[in-house]
Design a binder for this molecule. Structure first.
Ligand code: MSP
Length: 516
């Protein structure tokens, strides 16, 4: 693998004050699909997820739960680890910010910033939101329901006055603007990029990067009355996991091709503070930050107080893992907000998975099973229509690469479905069931063309729906060693005479239980 191009993809690390919900599952799945896609495409991939365990929010939750912060972190971190497993995630590492490797990386980054003169001691007086773990300027606050002040996110704020170290963020305005300018793809989608640029153009204040009023965090080297601001601590996880402060090895290998996938609410931390910290420590900023949108539940904002939090585990139980993976990445143009509804989920499951894809596979493979002696059929000279079908199937990979490199999952899936719909049209027009009586050799050619199209489709859907795609590839007797994208295309077409197992349905329909 040493010569392969690299790809490093990260999820945000999740706060351990809470149980996993659909928002966490969404980001993690998006990263998993990308990691799988790149691995299949020959890249040397590292996929990182983990938990954010320090800070006042976790300390307070632990207090409320009557637990030590680390005990709460142990418990909830395990839930996130389990979520990744249940989602079928292929993460290569799971980082916890309470690990010794992370303490070492944070303290090294802090020292590097101090050495460069980027951190100074002062005193912070202003607003802080524990729920957001964010400082807010007076003019950012909005009126709350009771007339009091609250954060623009709706979170409560409190007045803080304490000694604090500051990071010279104000000095980085021009260099950040130059970074956005020189790297048009470093923050995506365009709406978020514009939002970030206008925030930075509005002027940057120095950032408070340490607290003294609580204890749960990483001590500032040389001044242990202070603990590091939880966001400085948390963001550093991305380089801890690739060996920082050692700048050779994995850091050198993966960092130049890094992608941070985040929700739109935390884009400022990733696209303003983080690149500034890194540049200030003389390290390169991440290559790309992509901010996705938020889900609502049946049209309503998801919130614990409303009690409409969506549990990813129960979604998987109800609809199936591949179905949930497909839905979340198909329903919404990635980057936009989306609404989860049972109706929409069921609609896509039945019409796109069961009817379009499932039926295609099922009817073609059962015709092959019944009429071709359970073997890949021989094929004769291809007609224009056969060639068009195969070109569409084999041409899919190039389209997927373009879409996936821009994190346009919905476009990748739509490109796949264009081929699925074309294949269903081709079956109907060619009528292999009639050819069986009138022209059996031609039936063989048509069924071979379809089976080869299905092979390409199943290769293409692997990153999105690994279990179902593998079942289809099993039914085509494709060895496990011939499932990466090197095997895409005409040169590796199905071999006539290969014995095939008895076909089985892959995409069940969702049948609504009738009440009463
Ligand atoms: N700990 C920080 C991240 C630190 S990264 C260095 C954090 N954690 S979080 O657990 O609160 O949130 C993690 C992610 O969940 C965020 O990217 C957030 O956007 C996402 N979501 C939370 N609710 C969501 C929805 N309703 N829909 C989609 N994503 C949502 O922030």
């Amino acid at each position: 693998m040493s010569g392969a191009a690299t790809f490093y993809v990260t999820t945000p690390i999740y706060y351990v004050n809470d149980k996993p919900h659909i928002g966490h599952a969404y980001t993690t799945l998006a990263c998993d699909v990308l990691a799988r896609f790149k691995r299949l495409d020959g890249f040397d991939v590292k996929f990182l997820t983990g938990t954010d365990e320090h800070g006042q929010k976790v300390e307070k939750s632990a207090e409320t739960a009557g637990m030590a912060p680390l005990a709460l972190a142990d418990m909830n971190s395990a839930n996130f680890r389990e979520l990744a497993r249940i989602l079928g995630c292929s993460n290569d590492d799971f980082i916890r910010t309470t690990e010794p490797r992370h303490l070492a990386a944070c303290q090294a980054l802090w020292k590097a910033l101090v050495d460069k003169g980027e951190i100074y001691l002062g005193a912070y007086e202003g607003w802080y939101s524990v729920r957001d773990e964010a400082f807010y300027a007076e003019d950012e606050l909005i009126a709350g329901p009771g007339g009091g002040k609250q954060a623009p996110t709706g979170a409560p704020v409190e007045w803080v006055k304490e000694p604090s170290y500051f990071f010279r963020l104000s000095a980085w305005q021009d260099r950040l603007l130059k970074w956005y300018d020189d790297n048009p793809d470093c923050v995506a989608p365009a709406s978020r990029r514009n939002e970030v640029i206008s925030f930075v153009k509005g002027g940057l204040q120095d950032l408070s990067v340490s607290r003294t009023s609580f204890k749960w965090g990483i001590p500032v080297p040389g001044d242990e009355a202070h603990i590091m601001y939880v966001w400085l601590d948390a963001l550093t996880n991305y380089i801890t996991a690739i060996g920082y402060p050692d700048a050779t090895g994995d850091f050198a290998r993966y960092w130049p091709n890094s992608l941070h996938m985040v929700g739109k609410d935390i884009v400022r931390f990733h696209a303003v503070f983080w690149p500034a910290f890194l540049m200030a420590a003389d390290l390169p900023p991440p290559k790309r930050v992509f901010a996705h949108g938020w889900w609502t539940n049946e049209g309503q904002k998801i919130s614990k107080s409303v009690g409409n939090v969506i549990d990813p585990l129960s979604l998987i139980e109800t609809y199936g893992l591949d179905q949930v993976r497909y839905f979340l990445l198909r329903e919404v143009p990635f980057g936009n907000d989306g609404d989860f509804s049972h109706r929409a989920m069921m609609g896509r499951m039945n019409s796109e998975l069961a009817n379009d894809y499932g039926n295609l596979v099922q009817r073609v493979l059962s015709m092959v099973g019944k009429n071709c002696g359970g073997q890949v059929p021989e094929h004769g000279l291809a007609t224009d229509e056969d060639r068009d079908m195969l070109d569409a199937a084999h041409g899919l990979l190039d389209k997927l690469r373009v879409a996936m490199d821009r994190q346009l999952y919905h476009e990748a899936l739509e490109a796949i479905w264009v081929v699925i719909r074309a294949a269903n049209g081709y079956v109907d027009r060619q009528g292999p069931w009639t050819l069986k009586k009138t022209d059996p050799p031609r039936m063989g050619t048509v069924l071979w063309t379809l089976a080869e199209t299905i092979r390409s489709l199943a290769l293409a859907t692997q990153p999105f729906m690994p279990i179902s795609s593998n079942k289809i590839l099993d039914q085509l007797a494709i060895p496990a060693s011939e499932r990466d994208f090197e095997w895409f295309g005409a040169d590796h077409g199905l071999k006539p005479g290969t014995a095939l197992p008895t076909p089985q349905g892959v995409f069940p329909r969702f049948v609504e239980e009738v009440a009463g």
